[in-house]
Design a protein around this ligand. Structure first.
Ligand code: CDT
Length: 315
């Protein structure tokens, strides 16, 4: 039985600071309906899809910070997206800021993504591990990137799980640049990796890099991750100029061969669709990247607890 999942990536244009959840959910539902009309059974929405990318600001009021977070999923405002998904038989990936209070009474804040199946049930959750930027504001910068201030490092690892007849995994934005992300999922046999991103076109903390490399590195990382683990990668940007900061588009669907199957052409709300054969990467995982047959972790050298780069001593 062929396992072909027709999947869409729904790129978003900017979300304004004063845009309500209801307005954003309306945009997502419109794109979900377009995706369904083109045969999609799954739609991938971006990182922090429900609000503007608030970590660009130093926010002092806890009430204001909390206003960007969801305390339940679905909530009154997000419920319609779950209902339309169920009615149409379309699953979806959604990134959002999550606030929860643990059994210990401590409040936690995560940059989170969920996968919702075609019955409107949450079938997987991931919390971002690689949080870029800083905890403290950086002086003299045109905008900040304070993910380390507003979020904790995710506590769920990189779980692969079964949903929609496939082995699914998720990561979020900066995670896509790290080979470990895909390999940890690949070691669990992942067949499809979904992710969202908010990537400023110019990184003020990386001024030695010419801007054209931004899109190259975006796609390079994901195409390598796809090929080296024989998995589909579906990536959804929040793009365009949001509250004065320009973010790259380039949302795409990449096959397990590492090939770019389809790519967004705009920096606005845009739906792209591909037929994803979940068995397409099987030959890769059984031949060139057959981990059991060829991976030689015991020969990779000494693995230490050190965290920084330590070059060998000079002769
Ligand atoms: N959202 C996110 O993770 N963005 C980062 C850019 C950080 S620039 C300090 C990314 O890797 O795309």
């Amino acid at each position: 039985m062929p396992r072909v999942l027709t999947a869409a990536v729904a790129q978003m244009g900017p979300v304004a600071r004063d845009e309500s959840r209801v307005q954003v959910i309306d945009r997502l539902i419109t794109m979900m309906r377009h995706a369904h009309a083109r045969g999609a059974e799954l739609v991938v929405f971006p990182e922090l899809a429900l609000t503007t990318f608030f970590p660009r600001w130093v926010l002092d009021s806890q009430d204001e910070i909390d206003s960007f977070f969801e305390t339940e999923m679905p909530s009154n405002e997000t419920q319609p997206l779950f209902e339309v998904g169920k009615e149409l038989g379309v699953g979806f990936h959604l990134g959002y800021a999550e606030k929860l209070t643990g059994d210990d009474g401590v409040t936690h804040y995560f940059n989170t993504a969920i996968l919702v199946d075609q019955n409107g049930e949450i079938s997987g959750k991931y919390r971002k591990v690689h949080l870029p930027g800083h905890a403290e504001p950086q002086p003299g910068q045109p905008h900040q990137h304070l993910e380390k201030r507003y979020f904790e490092v995710g506590d769920l690892g990189f779980p692969a799980f079964r949903s929609m007849d496939g082995v699914m995994g998720m990561c979020i934005c900066n995670d896509r640049r790290w080979p470990e992300t895909y390999r940890v999922l690949g070691l669990q046999g992942v067949e499809m990796v979904m992710l969202g991103y908010n990537t400023p076109t110019t990184n003020p903390f990386q001024e030695t890099e010419s801007p054209h490399l931004g899109m190259f590195h975006n796609h390079l990382s994901m195409q390598a991750g796809a090929y080296q683990n024989g998995a589909w990668v579906l990536a959804s940007a929040k793009a365009g100029t949001e509250e004065g900061v320009h973010h790259m588009g380039g949302s795409c669907i990449i096959s397990p061969t590492g090939e770019m199957v389809v790519q967004a052409m705009t920096e606005g709300d845009e739906v792209i669709v591909a037929e994803c054969d979940l068995d397409r990467g099987k030959y890769i995982r059984e031949t060139i990247f057959n981990f059991d047959a060829h991976r030689r972790i015991e020969h990779y050298g000494l693995i230490t607890e050190r965290t920084g780069a330590v070059p060998p001593p000079e002769k």
